[in-house]
Each structure stands twice: as C-alpha cells, then as structure tokens.
Design a protein around this ligand. Sequence first.
Ligand code: ATP
Ligand code: MG
Length: 421
Amino acid sequence: MNYRAPRGTYDILPEDQAYWRFVTEQTRQVCELYGYEQIDVPVFEQTALFERGVGETTDIVEKEMYTFLDRSDESMTLRPEFTAGICRAYAERKLHGRPQPLRLYTIGPAFRYERPQAGRYRQFHQVDVEVLGSQDPAIDLEVMQVAWQIYEAVGIKGLSFQVNSTGCPACRPGYIQTLKSWYEQRLDGICGDCRRRYGQNPLRLLDCKKEACSAMADEAPRIAKSLCNDCDDHFGRLRSYLDALDRPYEVNHRMVRGFDYYTKTVFEVWAEGIGAQNAVCGGGRYDGLIGMVGGPETPAIGFASGIERIILTMKQEGIEPPDTPKPSVFVAYLGAEAKKAAVLLAQELRTAGIRTAALWEDRSLKAQMKQADRLGAGCVLIIGEDEVKDGVVTVRRMADSTQATVPRADVVEAVSGGDAP
Ligand code: ATP
Ligand code: MG
C-alpha cells in the first residue's frame, strides 16, 4: 500500500522551512509592534458556530467545510477561518471584561474543501488579526496598517489597498433591493451561480469572476449612494486617514467579501503581479457577529492572510528568507575508542549551547567531511586514535580549510561563538 497525502495538502519539507519561519517571525514582530496579543483557538468547533458565524449562504458553509460527526454524534467542523472561533472565545471567556479594545492575533492551519490549485489548498495557513470592542475608523486603519506592514516586513513590493463599505443592517437591505431590481431585467446575461446568488445572497453578484458577470457588475448600482449617514461618515473618515497616510488605495465598489458578517469597512491588500483573484489578505468590520454568537453587542474588525500566498508572492518576486541555522560544528571520528570520545565531546558541546552535528555511522573521514560540508557546518572537530592518545582534538575550519590542534580541555571554549580558533 502506497499512502499519499490527501489531495490539497502538502508537506512543508525542511528546505521550505526558512520561508515559514521568516514569515511567521516577521508577522509576530509586526503584531507585537502594534501591541497585539496572541490567542489560539481550537482547530475544530461545533458546526453550528460556523454556520451561524460565517453565514449559511456563503461558499464556505455551502460547500467548503470539513464537517464530521464525532463519536458522540455531535457535528464538528475543522475551522475554515478564525474569526468565528475568536468571537466565541471572546463571549465564552468574557474577554469583554478586559480593557477594550482587545487587539488579538493568531497563526495556524485552516481547512476548506476547495479545488486545489496554485495558492489554493485544502489545508492552508492563516495569519489572523482582530480588534474587538471599538468602532472608530482609526482602528480600521490600524488593522489595515498591520496587514501592510507584515507584507513590507517580508519584502513584498507593489502593494495596494482595496477598500469599500458594505453598509450595515440599517442601509444594506435598501441597497440589496436596488441591486435586485437592477439585476431583475438582466438575469439572462449572468451565470447559473449568479442566478442562484440573485435569490440567496445578491451582494455576491458583484464579485463573480466570470467575464460576462464581471462586466455587468461594473455597471451595477453602487453601494456608496445607499449608505446611511453613520456608514457614510465612517467610510469618509477612513478614506481621509488613508489619504493622509499616502499609501496607494482604491475604492472598489464591487468588493463585498465572502462572509455575511461584514458591516461597514471591507478591504483587501493586493500585491502586484498576483492580481485580484489572489489577494494576499482580506478583512473587514463585523459589528454584528459577536452578538450573534452569544456575546454582548460588540463592534470589531479583522483580517486574515494566507501564509502560502505570502510565500508564493515572495518566490515570484525572488525574495529569499534568511537561512535556517546551520550546525556550528561537526564532530568526526575514526575508530571505536575515538567514537566514545566523540560522543562525549558532542554531548559537552550541546550542553554548552553549541549547535553540533555528527554522523555516527562509522564512515570514512572523507565521507564525514562531505556530510559536514553538506550541512554547512562552520568547523569539523576530528578525533582519531592519535588525538585520543595525546588528549587533543584537531579543529578544521571549513571556510579556509586551516587546521589546528587544540587541547581537549580547551575545545569547547575555543569553538564557542561558532568559529574555530
Ligand atoms: P479567495 O477569493 O482566494 O477564495 P477568500 O475570500 O475565500 O479568498 P478569505 O476567506 O478572506 O479568502 O481568507 C483570507 C485569505 O486566506 C485569502 O486572502 C487567502 O490569502 C487565504 N486563503 C483563502 N482560502 C485559501 C486556500 N484554500 N488556500 C490557501 N489560501 C487561502
Ligand atoms: Mg474562497
């Protein structure tokens, strides 16, 4: 039997870890720079949380969730996103009792049953950032800045914001009515999916990617004209901050985002070259969600960014992460007596905090040197029968192939700091 990784999943092999480490470390640093605290929520939750929190008519709930009955016949779902779980935690753990707003971030895997393709997987990873307990548009801007600064920190260029307002329960129904009456005459010109959206989730008519639907959506009435005073004022203030910030942004009236829970601000960050289908992140305000999952009515805003998409963009732009750490020393030996001495030396080096590699396969000195070279070790400590007899170690510096004989008692001291004497 040959086992395979499930479709849409992959292994992050050692040679890819440098990207992952770099992106997650930079992300943590940026989040902490802005004063965000880390939270972790379960990988699975009760299915009803996502049905309610993400929305029954979204693509995610309709066709992308990994849902299963556990052994007590309770329906569980692998998280397709983080916001619902974080809001559940906020309500359940009474995080609203803490000083508000609460600034949170998390990093981890999410699961969606999608058609796998470049940058689209069934198990993927997100950075998720949320601010709970504020409705000030300056918070919207701050969250957008966090996203921007993460991409800047990993070296991605050509960034721009796409922003829109999707209104609120006071003004959105009126806009949806306007939109529906406009589409009513035009149902023949849109795809089957869009005809279904027309009935179930008309806002999604605006972000269909098919050519004919997309051309039609360009002409459709815009939400900006239907916003209530509150939403209009909020969006106006956010735009004035964006103007002051001097970062490229575009008001994209067709951007409504995939979740039902968004209110007011929605945004994406686009990176040049990967285009509209591949926004590196998406987010928005969800002032009604916490109330919906059992907490007090609390305004909030957040975004999620796919780590695979960040790495894909880095690779497309030729951005290389710093190397993962290499061994400082490699311990080589010849003969059984020397092996025992080498085992002890390696132990002593590691206790002293020096990254140490060895082969332990009783191979030739040449083979051991080759392995040291492949691993990128800074120096090789060689112990043969003579060295054991004389109480010394031969230290070979890989950079310039120079060798020195060092008393055994001084070796750890001599190589600490990573360089040979
Ligand atoms: P898309 O339009 O690409 O399907 P989405 O609107 O479903 O994206 P969100 O639910 O907002 O995306 O998720 C936020 C981010 O997570 C996306 O911008 C993307 O970077 C990433 N993402 C979403 N789905 C996947 C996936 N299946 N594989 C890898 N990354 C993903
Ligand atoms: Mg999607």
